[in-house]
Write a protein that binds this ligand. Structure first.
Ligand code: GLN
Length: 192
């Protein structure tokens, strides 16, 4: 049976994730309330603004429902979604992240002039062609990886894609390019 991937639709670029899932013929639905998770087999947390995400997740009950859902489902966070899933935000923040993937992030870590850029990263998961064009928008940096968190993608020598058990997280925006290999990996290899 085809799996349905939910996309958190409170704020940010959720529409681009829905489009990426359509390109790989994966059924999807928006998630705006805890009940919406009932019909999902996995959840994507998109890019956007992490403080706004956490506020809205707290208001809607999703701040409790998502960790519960994560106990037996796959999650994928991109950019602000990665920040929300992290265990630690360097320097602190107004909100406590959900702590669903063991890593620490530094928000807006690429500085003002280079707020946004697109560059090739390396993803050894794709041995035939490890190069992947990655779009970074006011991106966070992963500054520490927990012992059981696996580095999967590299920008120069920094980790920008990581996985811990059922949680995948990217510092960049794979939904903004037409290369669907990361969505495909999430849907076909992880969720299966
Ligand atoms: N800078 C944003 C934050 O801290 C993340 C940016 C993004 O998702 N593109 O939440």
């Amino acid at each position: 049976m085809a799996r349905t991937v939910g996309v958190l639709g409170l704020q940010g670029d959720f529409a681009r994730h829905l489009a990426a899932l359509r390109r790989i013929h994966c059924p999807s639905r928006l998630v705006r309330r805890p009940e919406d998770l009932k019909t999902c087999d996995a959840l994507i947390l998109p890019g956007g603004e992490s403080t706004t995400f956490m506020n809205l997740m707290e208001r809607t009950g999703l701040a409790e429902a998502v960790p519960e859902f994560a106990r037996n489902h796959f999650l994928f966070g991109t950019c602000a979604g990665l920040i929300v899933l992290a265990t630690e935000i360097e320097g602190g923040c107004r909100f406590r992240p959900l702590g669903l993937i063991d890593l620490a992030v530094r928000r807006n870590a690429y500085g003002r002039q280079v707020d946004s850029f697109s560059e090739r990263i390396r993803i050894p998961l794709f041995p035939e062609n490890p190069a992947f064009e990655a779009v970074f928008i006011r991106a966070p940096k992963i500054v520490r990886l927990g012992g059981s968190t696996e580095p999967l993608g590299f920008h120069r020598d920094e980790v920008v894609l990581a996985r811990n058990a059922n949680v995948l997280a990217a510092a960049f925006h794979p939904e903004l390019t037409r290369d669907s290999r990361i969505h495909d990996y999430f849907v076909r290899q992880l969720i299966g």
